[in-house]
Design a protein around this ligand. Structure first.
Ligand code: UD1
Length: 420
């Protein structure tokens, strides 16, 4: 078993480079199946979810070559089957993208029901609604989603909820559909735009990504191409918050500051000093920070994937902060673990009331999901004494070398192996 051990109380200082975006990578890797050619994907994060998806891609016949310069080459010219293997993808939410892309290119797909972090019910009805509207027949049997279509035909699809997954999945299926598919009330997240940009490099005709109406005009064939994944918005935000909680001075590089506006705005409201350049953000967190209220929203709102990290920060600010989670129905499970470190938080439904000025002290805790793990790391950086974080595998799903990156900023952090 692996653990992350942190001795808190060290001020973070220096520069850290952000990796490629996890949520873009897990869409772009399966999207490469749409190409009858070779795709080269650069700025790939080396994280568990990418490894799992790459295995699933190999199993369906894509030839994947991972290079040690954060590059993945995918040759999808000889896909041999349209059924994704349960073992490779069961822990990965984004495995559902295989459904849209295989259906779009080959007219059939079999994909296990998606796994990933548990935030309560995570329906896929909007994916199914979109694919069905285009002419697919979809059945769920024995834990597998089975989709078939003799032909997909473009149509207007209005999403009942703003869903990143449904937006990208419908986009993937629509590439080869006859005519024009219009997705209304589409998600506007940076990784939606990144996936559309990737597809367009390959010859797709996707317009409007980044707005709430996306139009996809079907094409006959996609060719290969080279594409560089955007920097990870959530990893950037995690290091920004880590800088703030330690009263540090950290420059986070290789980012797109525009993607960070909601986080910059909240940290500034807390009286953190935040400055930006073309590809960096600097966070200086000295002095008392004020509590703020935060409501998670689809992009460009404050991201739900930075909600747990913000909760950890609010434990160390002056006053009381209220966090409202509007995206997921049950994303506060980690709070019991934060309480083990001394946090004073009351949860009522989708609202958490966080008392600042907590005297956080190190303890043994467990990550309950990926971003919950990041929140525990942030709290541990601010806690007195030693914190041992278990279930590190969750953190590894989305953060590349977190202990090395934080260590280079002066954190006392190490990964240890212990017998279970
Ligand atoms: C993606 C991100 C995840 C992030 C989430 C919200 C990836 C791989 N994961 O997840 O990290 O937390 O966006 O920003 O990109 N919904 C439905 N029906 C559906 C689909 C979704 O009701 O068919 C609801 C969900 O229950 C949730 C909301 O829509 O309340 C948003 O979900 P969605 O954007 O689809 O999340 P994911 O794409 O799974």
């Amino acid at each position: 078993m692996e653990y992350i051990v942190i001795n808190g109380g060290k001020r973070l200082e220096g520069e850290v480079y952000v990796s490629g975006a996890k949520n873009a990578a897990v869409a772009i890797i399966p999207a490469a199946i749409a190409a009858n050619g070779v795709c080269v994907i650069e700025n790939l994060p080396y994280i568990e979810d990418v490894e799992g998806l790459t295995k699933a891609m190999t199993q369906i016949g894509a030839v994947c070559t991972l290079r040690d310069d954060h590059t993945l080459e995918i040759d999808s010219r000889n896909i041999t089957n349209c059924c994704a293997d349960y073992e490779s993808v069961r822990k990965i939410r984004a495995s559902y993208y295989l459904l849209g892309v295989l259906l779009g290119r080959f007219g059939q797909a079999e994909v296990p029901m998606p796994g990933g972090c548990n935030f309560g019910v995570r329906p896929i009805d909007q994916h199914i609604k979109g694919l069905t509207a285009m002419g697919a027949t979809i059945n769920i049997e024995h834990g597998m989603i089975k989709a078939r279509a003799d032909r997909l035909v473009g149509t207007n699809i209005f999403l009942d909820v703003v869903s990143v997954g449904a937006t990208i999945n419908i986009m993937l299926a629509a590439i080869y559909a006859e005519g024009v598919t219009v997705i209304e009330n589409a998600a506007k997240e940076p990784h939606v735009v990144d996936t559309a940009n990737f597809l367009n490099i390959l010859g797709a005709r996707v317009k409007g990504a980044g707005t709430d109406v996306i139009r996809i005009t079907g094409v006959q064939e996609l060719h290969g191409g080279t594409y560089t994944i955007i920097p990870d918005q959530i990893e950037s935000g995690t290091y920004m918050i880590a800088a703030a909680v330690t009263g540090g001075d950290v420059t986070i590089r290789n980012i797109i500051p525009k993607h960070m506006e909601s986080v910059i705005s909240k940290l500034s409201e807390m009286k953190c000093q935040v400055s930006t350049g073309s590809d960096y953000v600097r966070v200086q967190g000295g002095g008392d920070l004020r509590s703020v209220n935060v409501k998670t929203m689809p992009y460009p709102g404050y991201p739900t994937d930075l909600q747990p990290q913000m909760t950890a920060l609010l434990c160390k600010t002056k006053g009381t902060g209220i966090l409202t989670e509007t995206v997921w129905e049950n994303r506060f499970q980690y709070i019991n673990e934060l309480k083990r470190l001394g946090a004073n938080i009351k949860v009522d439904g989708r609202t958490a009331v966080v008392s600042g000025d907590s005297n956080l002290t190190g303890a043994q805790v467990n990550a309950t999901d990926l971003r919950a793990g990041a929140a525990l790391v942030i709290a541990a950086l601010a806690a007195k004494g030693e914190t041992t974080i278990g279930n590190v595998r969750y953190i590894d799903r989305g953060y590349e070398r977190i202990e090395q990156k934080l260590g280079s900023l002066g954190a006392d952090i190490r990964r240890v192996h212990r017998e279970a």
